[in-house]
Every structure is written in structure tokens, then in C-alpha cells.
Design a protein around this ligand. Sequence first.
Ligand SMILES: Cc1cc2nc3c(=O)[nH]c(=O)nc-3n(C[C@H](O)[C@H](O)[C@H](O)COP(=O)(O)OP(=O)(O)OC[C@H]3O[C@@H](n4cnc5c(N)ncnc54)[C@H](O)[C@@H]3O)c2cc1C
Length: 470
Amino acid sequence: MNTLLWFQRDLRVDDNPALNWALQQQQPVIAVYIHSQKEDTPWAIGAASRWWLHQSLTKLAAALLPYNIELQFINASSVASISQLATDYEIDKVVWTSRVEPQRRICETTIENNLLNQGITVKRFKDELLQHPDAFLTASKDTPYRVFTPFYKKLRAELQLQNHQRSNTAYKHDSLRLAEKLTESVSLEQLELLDAHHWQHKLQQHCSPGAESAYKKLETFINEALPDYVTKRDFPAISATSTLSAHLHFGEISPRQIVDALAPLIEFEGGNAATAAEAFLRQLIWREFARYILWHFPATAVEPMNPKFNTAFWKKDDSSLKLWQRGQTGIAIVDAGMRELWQTGIMHNRVRMLAASLLTKNMGIAWQQGAAWFWDTLVDADLANNSMGWQWVAGCGVDAAPYFRVFNPDTQALKFDKQRTYINHWLNTLKTEALPVIDLASSRNDALYRYNQLIKKNNSVLPQEKKQCP
Ligand SMILES: Cc1cc2nc3c(=O)[nH]c(=O)nc-3n(C[C@H](O)[C@H](O)[C@H](O)COP(=O)(O)OP(=O)(O)OC[C@H]3O[C@@H](n4cnc5c(N)ncnc54)[C@H](O)[C@@H]3O)c2cc1C
């Protein structure tokens, strides 16, 4: 008999509980990655992320060979493929790491039910998260958290820094026989993850996918940048953040592995090292919160958490949207960010907030349109973080920024890019900067008027207390 190991967003060998479990079964492991674009619609993976995925799968396939496991690729629906594989290849056990995205959860439940009906053992791990959303509820009402701070406090208080049992993938794998080749498998190239647009030529200069790169980045970040994380993380010209988001998204590194690396700083070093590690941990917990919200409120991937912000609230303005996408708004720091995004597949968090604020508040364009552009162009495009980030800025999400917070991108640029290092770097191809397509002061007033009207119309109060930025 064979064990089927289904890789999704856990593309690493080290400390991977699903891989470890598969190895422990002491029978050949059929390892598959299933690319199911249709099944994932409307959240089929975007162009920049597909490039990252291609690289990541190449690295994973190589890392699995010493375990006598060949990673095989299937280009079809996961629901149809897994049941069929189980029937055709004498599979009696199937194991995978679960995901949080709504459509993936539906597919996983269907797959699990099908397999159980076929008499097959199913093992699912929840290693993508530090908590389990169903078991993590408010004490007073037993309902999901909607506000970050109490969520953070509870998770931080319960988070065990030391008692983590690492999955030991060295477990007797030498004795395993290589599983047979699946007739329905295709080559990695046949998954057609690489775009005809040849993004790879740009992206490969800035990104290095794969688990090995993630571990190196984490180590360098902890040694060199973490001490200044609190004071410098908002400055886009400075390499002060970890740049681990895409690695985390694809599971090349797990949040638990990062907590393990931070633990000694918090537990033994204290002082500035502990403060910096706590600040970084807090950002990881924002990631947890985004996943938690998506889990409990799956519609927030496409709809605002606050239903008052229906489509009628937003303006339809395709030409302004295009200028924003191309980095041609004439607002320097936003244009710089949009060009950074187009060139590298990455954008600094502070600039993401400014770009999102300009689009949704000053321009009045729906957050979903900005989120869709990010989805296609970010290498770290992540349904949970992206939807939460956009709704937070637009003021329509759970625990959102107050509606009257309309970032002034020029003031923000003076504060966080005073020497214009970041702006000049990304706008240096422009002979002259374009005139702003929007007047910041009047569009701010317009936004405040529209948000106020919405509040009056619905006779409700939108969140107004001071909120911390994610
Ligand atoms: C409009 C908007 C859209 C966004 N879209 C995405 C997205 O598609 N994918 C994505 O991973 N992040 C997204 N973010 C969050 C954040 O911008 C990135 O996670 C961060 O810039 C990644 O850089 P880093 O790894 O160097 O972060 P670090 O500062 O080193 O933080 C460490 C990790 O914590 C998590 N994290 C940090 N900030 C946030 C945050 N605000 N919300 C949730 N998790 C966070 C990330 O996993 C990050 O890798 C978005 C933010 C905004 C405002």
C-alpha cells in the first residue's frame, strides 16, 4: 500500500508535520502538488505568485529526493484527482496541511468525505497557524474576535515559546521504496506557471524563493535588522523588515519556526532584543488575525465586513484606476510604490497603506479593485492578508482604520522618506514627475463628506477610536 502526501502551502521539508507523518507510515510515499486553477476561481493564483510557486516547487522537488520521494505534478481538480489516485494506486492513507481560504476549505472537506467513504485514512495538519480559529473564541460570549488587540493579547499569553516538538523528517526514510510514477502526472513546466509576460526576468533579480532562502533570510534579519525593527520598519528605503511574507505564504517557513527562532531573544536576552522580537511577533500575529477573520467570515474575501459599504458607495473610474496601477498618479510615493510592485512583485507595508488609501479614499475606488491588482502583481499575494489590509485601509473591514484617517501621502513621504531615497530610486526613469491627477486636500474633504453621509444615512457609528496600524 502507498501513502499519498498532498503538498499545498507547506512547501518545505524541514519541520513539516505532514511529511513527517507520511514517512512514519513506513510505506512508499506518493507526493503530489495539484495545480487546480479552475477550482480556485475567483482566487486562482496571480501571475507574480505563479512565478514564485514555480521556483518553490523546483526547490521542494530537489529537497525531497534524499528522502526517496519524487514530487509529482498534476494539472487538474484536486477533488477529482485525489479520489481517483486513491483508487488507482493502492493508497490507504492521505495526508496534507490544511488551508484557510474558503474555496480550499470546501474542496478539502469534500476530498476528506470522499476518502473516508472509500475507507481511506485521512490525516490533516493545521501547521499554517499558531492557533485554531474554531477553538479560539472570546471568553465572554464564545464568539469570534473582531478586534485585533484582545485577539493579540490572548494569543500572545497562550503562545508557548519553548515546548514545540519539531517534526523529525530524518525518521527511517532510508528504507523507503520510491513510489511509482503516476500516469496522470505532468512536468512542472506543463503546469504553465510561468507567464508569457516573462515576469521571471524581473522578479528573479529581487526574489529568491524556497525554504533554504527563507531560513537564511530569517537568520540575517534576526542578526542584522531586528534590533532596529521598531524604529525603522516604516521607512521604505531601509531594509528593516524580514521580507518573509511570500515564504510564509507558500509555507517554505512556518510561523512556528519563526517563533522558535525568536524565543531565545524573548526568554533569555531581554532588553532591546526582547522588545524588538515582541514587535516582530506582533506582526506575525496580524497574519494570524487575518487568517482567523477569513476563517470565521469567509465572505470578507470579496465583500466588505461592514455591509454598509456596498458597491453603490464606490466610484467607477477606470481611467484613474489605470493611472494608479501604472504608477502615474503624480503622487510621488504612491507612484514609486506601484513601480516597485511592478518591477519586483513586492511593496513595502507603509507604501501599501498609502497606495490603498489614495485609491479608496482620495479616488473613491472600491477596495476590491485595488486588491485584485495586488493579487496579480504581488509575489506574496495572500487572500487573508490582502483582504484584511485593503479593508482596514478603506475603513470597511473588521477592526478597521477610522474613516477619517485619510493618509496624506506627501506628508507621509516627508516623514518616512525625507531624503526621497525611495522615491528617487523607483521614479528615476521619469524625466519629469506627472502632475497629480487628484487634489489631495479636496479629495480628502470629498471622502470625509461621503463617509459622513454614509454614517448619517445608516444612522450608525463607524469605528472612531484610535487604532494602531497593522
Ligand atoms: C493594502 C495591503 C495589502 C496587503 N497585502 C498583503 C498580501 O497580499 N500578502 C501579505 O503577506 N501581506 C500583505 N499585506 C501586509 C504587509 O504589507 C506585508 O505582509 C508585509 O509588507 C510583508 O513584508 P515583510 O515580510 O518584510 O514584513 P515584516 O514586517 O517582516 O513582518 C513579518 C511577517 O508578518 C506578517 N505581517 C506583517 N505585517 C502584516 C500585516 N499588516 N497584515 C498581516 N500580516 C502581516 C507577514 O506575514 C510578514 O511576512 C498587505 C498590507 C496592506 C496594507
